[in-house]
Design a protein. Structure first.
Lengths: 604, 355
């Protein structure tokens, strides 16, 4: 059977030519993608595969729950800190620890700094080369680029013709050297690239500006957490004590100078998002107004746990409220409860793991994982030299999480779809304003649902979320100062630091709006040690293989029915996959419930 | 093709003045005297750009993320002007077979004259298929790419020691690079991740002086890994005075007292965090109030809780160095490589037996 109809409404036809992309680059971790294209080079079947497994949760078993944040933080060094934050929340939830207000505000600033940093680096350094052609930038007239810059963002100071001429000269000489470095073997003569040269040059300039600035943004983590990547966290609060005017304030983790330093970095993030990032995305998108592919589940079937409470522990104050939207019905938002065993479940029918009964899904608290690397009978190639995978069998190191059996997308677009549907005023203004700007530049008249349900919509939502997070950080900083001024300098709650104060057994769950989407950790503590630890991460949701019912995940869905200019040059595949900002090291984590010995196979 | 760094930098709009400033900053970052700035400048005016293949195994990409945080030199200047970063799957434009073709091209074209930088490590269980590149085990790509390289840089604790995925019970049998590739000079730059400016300084040192930095017995550059965090910690006077943080957010925590009793691993960790510090010298973990977790040490994941107090250090008079602790005399590169080669030969023989 080469034609399959999936329960979630897709028709998969694998009869056409098979195109394989491995490795998929400009992502975190390792990933493979295979598609079938029809005679018109339109994608009619998509197969997304996670190609790595590290087994961190196996490693966590039996360890001190207060140490877990550092282990899981190393799940990913790109979204650095978001697993650590989720972990301390999970442990605190299990043990009933409430953190001080200052600790909450500091954690919020660290989380939002990560959002801005990660989104900026994603757009400019991982995603931009799907839209921007640096070679074409050599043809630009720097004066035209200057005019374009001043029209799309008059507030950005770096806009003179001389500035762009210098950058063009630098790029020209780099390319003329013949040593193209990261641009080597790119698809620079592919007609999928649509930008005029002046826009390419502007974007290349901002690629370099963003590379210089991102190292400044993360210094917020360095002040609060001591380093970046991988800042330090603490169960019960934050390790950075406050000493504003006391003895030895100068050597204290936080004093007036340190907080001023943080405020300056926040302002850099606000300015860059407003003056460069958001205007760039709108301007670039307007040149791709005819390329509205890549929607898939985006803006249609979406999920998030909700994030950024104004009042900690009060979900009703979330500034990006969560829930689930199905079938594009923005008028009905389902509530989500990560503790409910019927809601979040993971399946392994098409994953390289085995369950006793693979027709059912398991809630993370009951999750089991036994690696089981086996290929289907229609695989082309061998066990250690795969030419083409057989997607009717197991084909990925990623499990398939589902919400009440539904395949949903997570990420900034999901959060923005939910926030728009919830009527969050800030988000509505942002979406409506940027959409109006896009329609004006492109000469189109798209409504929010149409525009957002696309690869471009996903990329726009990420930029808007970065801007929102930067603005929210200003509020957090002001609130921290006000709280200190009111006499509260507490940063940690140590009442339950000592394991002798813990119950014999406890279960907890923690959630975070990670840059790539809804992140949840589940823990089971027994006798002061980790009995079971499970992470269900954004790229597991988005990059999941098929479930037993045959529903395809968000990566596979977004590629469907996209035409390719040249099937041998996967520009369109990369463009849509990158719009999710895939993180494969994150996605492939699983726990062996009973921690059984895993088979050791010697490599020849 | 045989352009020098200096020519490339000049062409790319960097003034002679900035170039010389860069050279003196480099000298300073390397802990060298100002007289070395001229030497660096001379070297960079007379040498071509070397290709680098930056491979990724089982890892979290924190090393790449750290590298792009480098302030002196800036990451963009390293990438555009100093080396030719021809393969790095985190940032390269090409994917799939266009990406794989680059590895083949560099190996063929620059035989013996390119560097392989490795982030992460190969898992050896399940025929290596816990990490798949181009349909094949990562370990195959690693072997192929390193066969004709000049030297290997093992970035971070994953490539150097195994790091988190190799923590007990190491389910994938994640294996550090030097246990798989045994016949090449390897520079270990441990840390999870290493400090950005340490990473770029190691690269710049090699380009400038055309040699590997002097390594300690474990294979780490002595210039950055000879001192314990504790030796140069700004809180050291509090340790000596017996002033300790006793509980998080107590009076001592607010006064910046020593974190030894909170489990700080600074006294047993060799790294430059307390001297060079992180993110352009902004801070480091102890300054931000949390103890060192020892992330640049072999097997640090399995040496007890972050919060368990060290019991194996001398309270006073800590004056031993990395080499003494390592149990041997530091070898210069030649010696290290020779010793390495001898070990390699034995290992190769052993491997042959298995085959």
């Amino acid at each position: 059977m080469s034609v399959i109809k999936t329960p979630n409404g897709y028709t998969l036809d694998s009869s056409g030519r098979r195109v394989v992309v491995d490795p998929v680059t400009r992502i975190e971790g390792h990933m493979r993608c295979e598609v079938n294209v029809d005679e018109n080079n339109v994608i009619r079947n998509a197969v997304s595969t996670g190609t790595m497994w590290r087994g961190l949760e196996v490693i966590l078993k039996g360890r001190d729950p207060r140490d877990a944040w550092a282990f899981v933080e190393r799940i990913c060094g790109v979204c650095t800190g978001c697993h650590a934050l989720t972990s301390v929340r999970t442990v605190e939830d299990a043990l009933g620890i409430r953190i001080p207000k200052n600790a909450h505000l500091i954690r919020e600033m660290m989380a939002k700094t990560l959002q801005v940093h990660d989104h900026v680096v994603h757009f400019y350094h991982l995603h931009a080369l799907d839209w921007v052609n640096p070679v074409n930038a050599l043809k630009a007239d720097p004066k035209a680029t200057s005019a374009l810059q001043q029209s799309v963002s008059p507030r950005h100071p770096l806009s003179s013709p001389g500035y762009f001429r210098d950058i063009q000269t630098r790029i020209r000489k780099f390319i003329e050297s013949g040593q193209l470095g990261p641009f080597k073997n790119g698809y620079w003569d592919n007609p999928a690239y649509k930008l005029p040269p002046e826009a390419d040059l502007m974007a290349v300039a901002h690629y370099l500006e963003a590379l210089d600035l991102q190292k400044e943004f993360v210094k917020v983590h360095t002040v609060f957490g001591g380093k970046n990547p991988h800042p330090n966290y603490l169960v019960g609060g934050v390790p950075c004590a406050i000493n504003m005017d006391g003895d030895l304030s100068a050597g204290a983790p936080l004093n007036m100078e340190r907080l001023n330093f943080v405020r300056a970095r926040i302002q850099e993030m606000v300015d860059f998002c407003k003056n460069v990032y958001v205007p760039d995305v709108i301007a670039i998108a307007s040149f791709y107004k005819d390329w509205l592919y890549g929607g898939g589940h985006g803006a249609i079937n979406v999920m998030d746990y909700g994030a950024y409470p104004k009042v900690n522990y009060d979900k009703s104050t979330d500034q990006l409220p969560g829930g689930v939207i199905l079938n594009g019905n923005w008028n009905e938002i389902h509530e989500i409860d990560p503790r409910d065993p019927e809601q979040v479940q993971e399946f392994v029918a098409h994953s390289w793991y085995s369950y006793p009964d693979e027709s059912v899904g398991l809630h993370p608290w009951d999750g089991i994982t036994e690696p089981n690397y086996e290929l289907g009978s229609n695989t082309k190639g061998t066990r250690t030299n795969i030419q083409e995978l057989d997607e009717s069998a197991k084909y990925s190191w990623i499990k398939a999480p589902r919400w009440r059996g539904h395949a949903v997308e997570v990420g900034p677009l999901s959060r923005y779809t939910l926030a728009y549907a919830h009527g969050v005023e800030y988000v509505r203004n942002q979406v409506d304003t940027s959409l109006a700007a896009f329609n004006h530049l492109a000469g189109t008249n798209l409504d929010a649902k149409t525009a957002l349900n696309s690869t471009i919509g996903r990329t726009l939502a990420r930029a808007l979320e970065a801007e929102y997070c930067a603005d929210m950080m200003v509020d957090d900083w002001n609130e921290l100062i006000a709280n200190i001024k009111a006499g509260d300098t507490a940063t940690a709650n140590m009442e339950k630091w000592d394991p002798s104060t813990w119950p014999k057994e406890a279960k907890g769950v923690g959630t975070v709006a990670a840059p790539r989407g809804a992140l949840g950790h589940w823990i089971h503590i027994k006798d002061g040690r980790i009995e079971n630890y499970q992470c269900v991460v954004p790229t597991t949701w988005n990059g999941s293989p098929r479930d037993p019912a045959g529903n395809i995940g968000a990566f596979e869905a977004c590629l469907m029915n996209t035409p390719m200019e040249r099937p041998d040059e996967p520009v369109e595949i990369l463009r849509s996959l990158h719009s999710f900002d895939p993180c494969l090291a994150c996605s492939t984590h699983v726990m062996s419930e009973d921690g059984e010995e895993l088979t050791e196979v010697k490599i020849r | 093709m045989t352009e020098t760094f200096y020519e490339v930098m000049r062409r790319q709009g960097i003034s002679r003045r900035s170039f010389l400033k860069f050279c003196s900053l480099t000298a300073a970052a390397l802990g060298l005297g100002p007289e070395f700035a001229g030497k660096i400048a001379h070297a960079m005016e007379n040498k071509p750009r070397i290709p680098i293949l930056w491979l990724h195994g089982l890892e979290c990409t924190c090393c790449s993320e750290s590298f792009i945080r480098s302030a002196h030199p800036l990451a963009k200047d390293v990438i555009l002007s100093m080396v030719s970063l021809d393969y790095d799957d985190t940032i390269m434009a090409a994917s799939g077979h266009q990406a794989e073709a680059i590895v083949e091209e560099i190996v063929e074209k620059y035989k013996g004259n390119y560097i392989v930088a490795v982030e992460g490590n190969p898992p050896l269980n399940e025929d290596g298929m816990y990490c798949i590149i181009g349909g094949k085990p990562f370990v195959e790509q690693l072997r192929y790419a390193t066969e004709h390289c000049k030297a290997i840089i093992s970035w971070g604790s994953c490539a150097s020691y195994g790091c988190v995925q190799a923590a007990r019970p190491n389910p994938t049998r994640a294996t550090p690079v030097h246990k798989v590739i045994t016949d090449k000079p390897i520079i270990k730059v441990p840390g999870c991740p290493p400090i950005a400016e340490v990473m770029t300084a190691v690269v710049t040192y090699m380009l400038t002086f055309e040699r590997m930095p002097e390594l300690d017995r474990q294979g780490r550059p002595k210039m950055f890994y000879s001192q314990r965090i504790h030796d140069k910690c700004y809180r050291r006077p509090h340790f000596d005075a017996g002033q300790f943080v006793e509980s998080w957010d107590d009076e001592g925590a607010r006064k910046g007292y020593c974190l030894y009793k909170m489990g700080c691993k600074g006294p047993t960790t060799y790294n430059a965090c307390s001297t060079i510090r992180w993110n352009e010298g902004t801070s480091f973990p102890i300054q931000a109030g949390h103890g060192c977790i020892g992330c640049s040490e072999d097997g640090f994941w399995d040496k007890g809780s972050w919060y368990a107090r060290l019991t194996d250090i001398n309270q006073f008079g800590i004056e031993s160095n990395a080499d003494a602790v390592g149990g041997g005399v530091a070898a210069v590169v030649g010696g290290a490589v020779a010793a390495h080669a001898a070990v390699s030969a034995v290992k190769r023989a052993a491997n042959k037996g298995e085959e």
